[in-house]
Ligand binder design. Structure first.
Ligand code: SAM
Length: 243
């Protein structure tokens, strides 16, 4: 997430090859997120093209505008994927649904399905409903990861237009990542994915190298393996992936 001044509040923001509608207070999609989303498609595509037993199910937690969910649905193999995007913010879910509508025809052509739902991932029923009662293959997320101290020095434009809840998290910005690790590890232990694979089960955007050691420790503790970190184009640690 780029906290700098170089994004302008336009009506739409290009993301991959999609035009994502933006509206305050929902976070404007950033180039770093776009970059790793496209890299993830490149990683998944060959395997998902080759093995198509049934639709894969992806959860996009903290979906905001819905940019990640929509880009994945537009670019993963046809008829391969069903994506549910969750967010705690009513405005974000409304906006994500507007974005879904504006890409309806494109998605129809791919046969991939997307829907958005208002949810706080700390609510106990979320685990039951999304991580137990329904099949799952992959969880992706760009959760809030700015620390309270970092927030104080953010550009005033960002603070004025973007929801604090979309940016800031406790525990040095790793609180939501930890919740996701916990949810996905419970799911892996009890159910596991439909198709055996070394591909990641959890993909999370992070704020930089300072968050890696604590997340690595948390992932190890919860039995994840194959933990990797992707850097962004600026050379900053940007994504943690784990199987
Ligand atoms: C950094 S924004 C990411 C938005 C979008 N995925 C993107 O990459 O542009 C984080 C999002 O997390 C949502 N969020 C914060 N706390 C949440 C919670 N407890 N449960 C679900 N969503 C939450 C915020 O409303 C916000 O839309």
């Amino acid at each position: 997430m780029d906290e700098g001044k170089d994004h302008i509040l336009l009506g739409t923001q290009p993301f991959y090859d999609l035009d994502i509608i933006t509206r305050p207070p929902t976070l404007i999609p950033r180039w770093e997120t776009e970059e790793w989303t496209s890299r993830l498609v490149d990683l998944l595509r060959p395997d998902w093209t080759q093995h198509q037993p049934k639709r894969r199910r992806i959860l996009d937690v903290c979906t905001g505008t819905g940019c990640i969910a929509l880009a994945l649905a537009a670019h993963l193999p046809n008829d391969s994927t069903e994506i549910v995007g969750l967010d705690i913010s009513t405005q974000a879910i409304q906006l994500a649904n507007d974005n879904l509508k504006s890409h309806e025809q494109l998605l129809e052509e791919t046969g991939n399905k997307v829907r958005f739902q208002l949810e706080d991932i700390y609510q106990p029923h979320v685990e039951q409903h999304f991580f137990r009662d329904a099949p799952l293959d992959l969880v992706v997320s760009n959760p809030p990861y700015v620390t309270h101290t970092e927030y104080a020095s953010l550009d005033p434009d960002v603070k004025q237009w973007e929801d604090r809840q979309a940016l800031v998290a406790d525990l040095q910005g790793t609180q939501l990542h930890r919740r996701l690790i916990q949810l996905v590890s419970h799911w892996k232990r009890s159910y596991g994915r439909q198709v055996a694979s070394d591909l990641p089960t959890l993909v999370m955007e992070i704020g930089g190298a300072h968050q890696v050691p604590v997340l690595q420790q948390e992932l190890d503790h919860h039995g994840f393996n194959n933990v990797k970190v992707w850097k962004d184009l600026a050379g900053k640690d940007r994504v943690v992936l784990a199987t």
